[in-house]
Design a protein around this ligand. Structure first.
Ligand SMILES: Cc1cc2nc3c(=O)[nH]c(=O)nc-3n(C[C@H](O)[C@H](O)[C@H](O)COP(=O)(O)OP(=O)(O)OC[C@H]3O[C@@H](n4cnc5c(N)ncnc54)[C@H](O)[C@@H]3O)c2cc1C
Length: 443
């Protein structure tokens, strides 16, 4: 029985390299954020970041998310989680390591369910960072309950014709292909077998990117900039019959595939949130030790100490919960089992991690007072971005429902509470009657 909280020295050395690289080469890019969004900015970004990506490749850390039997480096979820904790400190981090959402999850999905031809055509260039992808599932009329999705496909000879309306298709407007959740079953099929995942090249006629929807995270986002959340109309989009992930064998497998994709993605999200939380926590502590008011440093006030202790404890809990979920997934993968057996652990980290992120940033803003509310610090944008974490990849409530249902399966109803003291006393009197008789005889 091994309960091991240590990181191998060789991998710890890689993590140490990553920490320094992130601090010295990636976080400083944030200072040029406005340049990157100006005309020619994407070229500028590419010129600066291409050599950084080469360095990551030289270090053997590029696109580390796939297991070796799927063409990846085989780090597994625990190591990937530790990497994402570092990369999550800066929005540019995952991309420079070839590990950014939604591309990493999409590569994983094709690796798990795609045909050999689909892997060569889409997964390989995705892993190489040559193309971009999108996961297009949510619709204006249906999100948390995917059985209500209405985008559908009908088979017409050797082609499928897709029609529907999606939104929040992240990166659709800069993608080369879309993974689209589409209804292919009829009214008789069970909802979970009625959907298939299609690979649709973004330039296919009928794929109409209406707009990138401006959000709380990026209110001034312009359509076509990286990181957008697109509204997409699929209007008589014709794709070959074998465009379903897995070919015709993948018919009706859409939800099963989506589950495989979302499990690891949630580990990565939760660890990236920890990276963000740590950054906010660092700012909180630095300010506490610096700002003098009402007779003492903020750090000396018990209420501020309470925030620091609560934040540290919440982050530590989130870290352990996430790494334990990652460990369980690695065990399941090694045993050839489905990640769904870790659904409780994954559900917990999704809502707990998002809450901790939000709490720590909130306290960091509070301690900075008016400065925390300004755009002179990254806290306000971190706060806006953090709000979405409680919604994407399933809102808090859905994960809590999953966790609660699984917990309740461990229990049975009982008219008389199991812990009812008078009942337990009666049972004890019965169970130990012989001893009690002895006491009575000897008395
Ligand atoms: C920044 C961002 C990026 C995203 N990227 C993508 C993407 O790339 N691809 C994609 O397909 N989608 C994406 N989404 C969409 C996201 O997955 C959905 O928003 C999410 O699944 C919730 O669906 P909904 O918005 O339709 O909310 P609804 O389904 O309408 O739910 C609304 C609210 O109802 C409550 N609720 C829902 N179900 C339950 C329940 N069972 N019990 C109790 N309460 C419940 C929750 O409070 C929930 O927030 C993204 C969203 C955001 C914010």
């Amino acid at each position: 029985m091994a309960w091991d909280f240590e990181t191998e020295p060789e991998f710890e050395a890689k993590l140490a390299w990553m920490r320094t690289f992130l601090k010295q080469e990636i976080i400083p890019l944030e200072g040029l954020a406005t340049n990157f969004r100006a005309e020619g900015g994407r070229d500028l970004f590419k010129r600066i970041t291409d050599p950084l990506k080469e360095e990551v490749k030289r270090q053997g850390l590029w696109a580390a998310h796939l297991p070796p039997d799927m063409g990846g480096l085989g780090f597994g979820q625990v190591k990937l989680g530790l990497m994402h904790e570092i990369l999550g400190q800066c929005a540019y981090g995952p991309g420079i390591f070839g590990n950014q959402a939604p591309d990493s999850g999409n590569a994983e999905l094709i690796a798990v369910g795609g045909t050999e031809a689909q892997k060569r055509q889409w997964m390989d260039p995705l892993l190489a960072g040559e193309i971009r992808s999108c996961f297009s599932m949510t619709e204006p009329g249906a999100g948390a309950d995917p059985t209500l999705l209405t985008t559908n496909a009908v088979l017409d000879g050797e082609e499928w014709i897709i029609n529907g309306h999606k939104w929040f298709s992240s990166n659709a407007s800069i993608s080369d292909f879309l993974l689209v959740m589409v209804k292919t079953g009829d009214a008789d099929s069970t909802p979970y077998k009625a959907y298939s995942m299609f690979i649709v090249p973004t330039k296919t006629p009928g794929v109409n990117i209406v707009r990138d929807v401006p959000t709380m995270g990026e209110p001034d986002h312009k359509t076509g900039e990286p990181g957008g959340h697109a509204e997409v109309l699929y209007e008589n989009v014709r794709v070959p019959k074998d465009s379903i992930v897995g070919g015709m064998d993948g018919l009706g497998q859409g939800f099963a595939l989506a589950q495989k994709r979302l499990g690891p993605g949630r580990i990565h999200h939760a660890m990236r949130w920890l990276g963000q939380s740590q950054r906010a926590f660092d700012m909180l502590c630095e300010r506490a030790l610096t700002r003098y008011t009402a007779g003492s440093l903020l750090a000396e006030k018990q209420m501020v100490q309470d925030w620091i202790a609560e934040s540290h404890a919440e982050m530590q809990a989130a870290r352990l919960l996430t790494l334990q979920a990652a460990w369980k997934m690695d065990q399941l993968h090694a045993a050839g089992k489905h990640y769904s057996d870790a659904r409780v652990e994954i559900g917990i980290i999704k809502f707990w991690g998002a809450k901790v992120l939000y709490n720590v940033i909130d306290r960091a803003i509070q301690i900075h007072g008016s400065l925390g509310y300004t755009t002179d610090l990254p806290l306000e944008s971190m706060y806006r971005a953090a709000r979405a974490a409680r919604i994407y990849d399933g809102p808090d409530e859905v994960h809590k429902v999953t966790v609660a249902r699984q917990m309740l399966k461990r229990y049975r109803p009982s008219e008389v509470p199991t812990e009812h003291t008078p009942t337990r006393r009666l049972l004890a009197l019965e169970k130990y009657a012989d001893y009690l008789d002895e006491v009575a005889v000897n008395a």
